[in-house]
Design a protein around this ligand. Structure first.
Ligand code: HEM
Length: 202
């Protein structure tokens, strides 16, 4: 299948949860607390897309296909898109732009602190995801984009912290994330082998 077609399909699929949510909101189908439903839905899609973005490199390694790499930027930007919706819902519909109250909330509730930190770290990734920034930043671009591993860790922590009793769902995300981060380790480290020089390896 041509890459352009795969990209268009994935684009439509990534847009679908947002369209569905908008439709359910319009149809008044989001239950008794639509704001909570929107916050939960957009938060979950942010986290899912952050994880799906991390699947692309191991998928390429495993299959030898190149197209997963071509999807990474789009998937990461969709994660950012849902994060923006998630944050806007909180700032606008939940807190009514009451900045002093928001500031207190960030300081008082650890899960909000961590969520905010995750969003702040996601910002430079989104801003520098274009070709111009890749050229301009050179080697530093790769360094900066290591934040793509830290942001989902913070996202899982944020989720874990907010659920009081039933940690099953955040635990599943944590397990998946752990597996994905493990899969990204160089093979030598994954197999627990010491670094050997060619001479020592003889
Ligand atoms: C990359 C950034 C973020 C990710 C991945 C993320 C992810 C999530 C997830 C997965 C949930 C739980 C959804 C569920 O219960 O099914 C959630 C809930 C929530 N998040 Fe975030 N979030 C992020 C940033 C933020 C930010 C910046 C704020 C606000 C400053 C925020 C505020 C909230 C709130 C208020 C809830 C609902 C809490 C409740 O149920 O009482 N999140 N988020």
């Amino acid at each position: 299948m041509p890459v352009a077609l795969i990209k268009s399909l994935v684009f439509a699929l990534c847009l679908l949860p947002g369209v569905l949510l908008g439709w359910q909101f319009y149809q008044d189908q989001l239950g008794a607390n639509p704001i909570e439903a929107i916050t939960h839905n957009t938060g979950e899609w942010t986290l899912r897309l952050l994880l799906i973005t991390l699947v692309m490199t191991p998928l390429k390694r495993l299959t030898g296909w190149y197209w997963p790499i071509r999807l990474r930027r789009m998937l990461g930007l969709f994660a950012f898109f849902y994060a923006c919706l998630h944050l806007s819902t909180y700032l606008w519909l939940d807190q009514f732009f009451d900045w002093p109250e928001i500031w207190l909330d960030i300081l008082d509730r650890p899960f909000i602190t961590v969520g905010m930190l995750a969003f702040v770290l996601l910002l430079p990734l989104a801003v520098t995801s274009n070709r111009y920034a890749i050229k301009k930043l050179g080697r530093n671009w790769k360094r900066l984009h290591r934040l793509a591993y830290i942001v989902p860790v913070l996202g899982v922590l944020h989720f874990w912290w907010l659920v009081k009793a039933d940690v099953l769902e955040p635990a599943i995300y944590a397990l998946l994330l752990g597996a994905l981060l493990f899969a990204r380790l160089p093979e030598r480290k994954r197999l627990g082998k010491a670094k050997t020089s060619p001479q020592a390896a003889g």
